[in-house]
Design a protein around this ligand. Structure first.
Ligand SMILES: NC(=O)c1ccc[n+]([C@@H]2O[C@H](COP(=O)([O-])OP(=O)(O)OC[C@H]3O[C@@H](n4cnc5c(N)ncnc54)[C@H](O)[C@@H]3O)[C@@H](O)[C@H]2O)c1
Length: 133
């Protein structure tokens, strides 16, 4: 139980790596806030964690939207009181293709990864919440 008493937001937690991280954190005792653009997927992961005896809530939202980050943090604070960990996992990419064909195709996907990380990193109110936690 290495994360007992901690609260972790996992973005893109509705599938893939994020789902695995959310489940592992819950098994280690964390309160998990499962975020995903795909609300039903986030709900599924959070309810399966709860059925297995863990603590999790689902919050649908897009990590490239400032308002959605605010909603995400507000829900985490309301349910669990503080936040100690944010796993910036949400992202997507192009299908596998030769590297010389990648350049333009990759730009919209990079935007999701970069904007999401910048919003969480530079918004002063978010860093204040994390420090308080
Ligand atoms: N699978 C790989 O081999 C691999 C390799 C390197 C990096 N990655 C990165 O790891 C992360 C997870 O990859 P995965 O394979 O688990 O992908 P995945 O598609 O299974 O899961 C990504 C999840 O993020 C969600 N998501 C996408 N955009 C979002 C947004 N704007 N806001 C909130 N949620 C959003 C999706 O709905 C999805 O549920 C991604 O950032 C991916 O680019 C994956």
């Amino acid at each position: 139980m290495r994360l007992q008493g901690k609260t972790a937001i996992v973005t893109g937690g509705g599938s893939g790596f994020g789902e695995g991280i959310a489940r592992t954190f819950a098994r280690e005792g964390a309160n998990v806030v499962v975020n995903d653009l795909n609300g039903p997927a986030a709900e599924r992961v959070a309810s399966e964690i709860a059925l297995a005896g863990g603590r999790a809530i689902a919050v649908a939202g897009d990590v490239t939207r400032r308002d959605d980050w605010q909603t995400l943090f507000a829900a985490a604070i309301e349910d669990f009181g503080s936040v100690q960990v944010v796993v910036n996992n949400a992202g997507t990419t192009h299908r596998n293709k030769p590297v010389l064909e990648v350049c333009r195709a990759v730009l919209p996907f990079l935007a999701v990864l970069l904007v999401g990380v910048l919003l969480i990193t530079y918004l002063p109110w978010l860093t204040a919440v994390l420090r308080a936690g």
